[in-house]
Design a protein around this ligand. Structure first.
Ligand SMILES: Nc1nc2c(ncn2[C@@H]2O[C@H](COP(=O)(O)OP(=O)(O)OP(=O)(O)O)[C@@H](O)[C@H]2O)c(=O)[nH]1
Ligand SMILES: [Mg+2]
Length: 138
């Protein structure tokens, strides 16, 4: 990679009106260098209105695909739009963006093709990261 890595954070969103704005604002404040895309999967609450009101980039799926299909849409978007790395982060605020670059870094360094963070693993080894989603290279 001979350019700064283009990183996309994919945020699945299903009925997250209580959490989605604070989740996005925390991400923007913590990791201003990454792009993000929210996948609104036919939420029946005010999620879509909030996303539009705040001018956030989002896909509005025409039918509910579930979390797997929703995140796959994000990966396809990342690939189609020239991203080097895609990261999945939940829209309910459970994944702390403070750990995001720890998950991304081994992929950026070419040491791993994919890195999955886990809230269940103690941070004992230097390469383990807690409480972030998963990052993968294309
Ligand atoms: N696209 C899409 N996203 C979903 C759907 N259901 C849940 N999500 C999102 O997936 C993420 C994780 O959902 P959660 O229900 O919190 O699942 P979890 O974190 O594994 O479980 P909890 O420990 O109960 O929080 C959140 O960002 C949700 O908005 C769905 O049907 N479609
Ligand atoms: Mg959750």
């Amino acid at each position: 990679m001979n350019h700064p890595a283009k990183i996309l954070v994919i945020i699945p969103c299903y009925n997250e009106e209580a959490n989605i704005v604070s989740t996005v604002e925390r991400l923007r404040a913590t990791c201003p260098q990454v792009d993000f895309l929210i996948i609104n999967d036919c939420s029946t609450d005010r999620s879509a209105e909030l996303l539009a009101e705040h001018g956030y980039p989002f896909l509005d799926l025409p039918v509910n695909l579930g979390i797997g299909g929703g995140v796959q849409c994000g990966y396809r978007y990342a690939r189609a739009n020239g991203y080097d790395i895609a990261v999945q982060m939940d829209g309910d605020g459970q994944h702390d963006p403070a750990y995001l670059m720890q998950v991304v870094q081994p992929v950026l360094d070419g040491k791993l093709d994919m890195c999955i963070g886990s809230r269940f693993i103690k941070c004992e080894a230097s390469r383990q990261a807690l409480c972030a989603g998963s990052a993968s290279a294309f």
